[in-house]
Design a protein around this ligand. Structure first.
Ligand SMILES: *Cc1c(COP(=O)(O)O)cnc(C)c1O
Length: 396
């Protein structure tokens, strides 16, 4: 067989070729079936068989795929209204990816500071172990040294605080700080939800200094934690919000949204994108919102997530020497393991279960939000088998 990596820049270590999806299952090119608890990295919230979603996209393809942002289209007007209303933000800018949403959020925060003081240095406080994407701006605020170092010099004026440690943030505030950026639940860094005290404290610091609180909900937003956005559970609102991943359920689309106060800092010509939020992408967003409402996705997450935790806690009790923690929010869950997270994910894959890793020692689950309890049972039975084999290997 030809080397599939022959003409691909080798940035991923891949082994499986998927060809088809159905409900919460994927099929590879040998016909093998997998239960998917990764959802294309928290993207495919509706699974793979939502006919209304697919028909909506097909209809849009027939009608109009693209015209550029020099013109209005009906889908983008509707999508902006749905996302603004759903998030409590006032205005939205659609992008093609999560990283681009971060770029826009950072530019908006800097523009707001610039309008107040043209000499502002536009400093940004970000968090250790954060992940915000791979473009130059997004990687500049990503709290993992090895993602940044080879690409320096990055954008200047970024410093890193400890997540869930308010004092470490306060220490970094200067007269030139223009934004604090954080995930409401750290995803790639190892599934760490923010404490209520931390989020509320950041809100206060931003209010006091008139700087932007940017919440990155690219992974934890769009229903994943049981509310449309995770910040709703903390009784606060950010100034700028980023979304992507499940926003288009597989159609590449992201967004940054802001309150009027911050959004008003962007003027025509300040920012742009050729096809961000084009009719096809915007239609995907509209359909996702419609279907979330119609199929009561949030209520479903609120119902199945506690079940998943209960089952995972039982698994952790069964294998205390392998599983050191179970944490997360809603259907974004991390299993901290002491026996190699990549090895667990690899073994599960061989047995037909798709999982993800996060951080150095976490097995991550971010299943389609439509997953049923029986499917959770089936997935955890496979995971149990993987740990059982591990424990036997240790004894021998
Ligand atoms: C995935 C992710 C990003 C980057 O999104 P891309 O679409 O890959 O550019 C940014 N922030 C968080 C929290 C993410 O999980």
């Amino acid at each position: 067989m030809k080397d599939p990596d022959l003409h691909l820049i080798h940035t991923y270590n891949r082994s499986i070729t998927f060809v088809r999806g159905e409900e919460v299952y994927l099929y590879d090119n040998t016909g093998k079936k997998y239960l998917d608890l990764g959802a294309g990295i928290a993207v495919s919230a509706l699974g793979y068989s939502n006919e209304e979603f697919k028909q909506g996209l097909k209809d849009q393809i027939d009608q109009l795929i693209h015209v550029s942002n020099l013109y209005y289209t009906e889908p983008v007007i509707k999508a902006s209204e749905l996302l603004a209303k759903g998030s409590g933000m006032d205005r939205v800018f659609f992008t093609n990816s999560g990283a681009e949403a971060i770029e826009g959020a950072l530019k908006l925060a800097r523009k707001y500071a610039y309008l107040k003081n043209k000499d502002s240095k536009g400093e940004i406080i970000a968090m250790n172990h954060s992940f915000h994407g791979r473009t130059m701006g997004a990687v500049s605020v990503t709290g993992t040294e090895h993602y940044r170092e080879p690409f320096e010099p990055l954008i200047g004026g970024v410093s890193f605080a400890e997540y869930n440690d308010l004092v470490s943030v306060e220490k970094l505030i200067t007269k030139d700080t223009c934004a604090i950026i954080l995930e409401t639940v750290q995803g790639e860094g190892g599934i760490y939800p923010a404490s209520e005290e931390f989020i509320k404290g950041i809100r206060e610091i931003c209010d006091k200094n008139d700087i932007a609180m940017i919440l990155d909900e690219i992974q934890c937003g769009m229903g994943r934690t049981g509310t449309l956005f995770a910040f709703e559970q903390y009784g606060i609102k950010p100034d700028i919000l980023t979304s992507a991943k499940a926003l288009g359920c597989g159609v590449p689309v992201g967004a940054f949204a802001a309150t009027e106060k911050f959004a008003a800092a962007m003027y025509p010509g300040d920012h742009g994108t050729t096809y961000g939020g084009n009719p096809l992408a915007a239609q995907a967003v509209c359909k996702v919102f419609e279907i979330f409402e119609k199929e009561q996705i949030l209520a479903h997450v609120a119902e199945v997530a506690p079940y998943l935790y209960k089952k995972l806690k039982q698994l952790a009790e069964k294998y205390p020497s392998f599983i050191s923690d179970v944490r997360g929010k809603g259907l974004l869950v991390g299993l901290e393991v002491t026996c190699g997270n990549s090895e667990i994910v690899k073994r599960a894959m061989e047995k037909g279960l798709v999982l993800l890793t996060a951080g150095a020692d976490v097995v991550r689950m971010a299943p389609p939000l439509v997953i049923q309890k029986e499917q959770i049972d089936a997935g955890l039975a496979i995971l149990d088998e993987v740990f059982l084999e591990r424990s036997m290997a240790v004894k021998v």
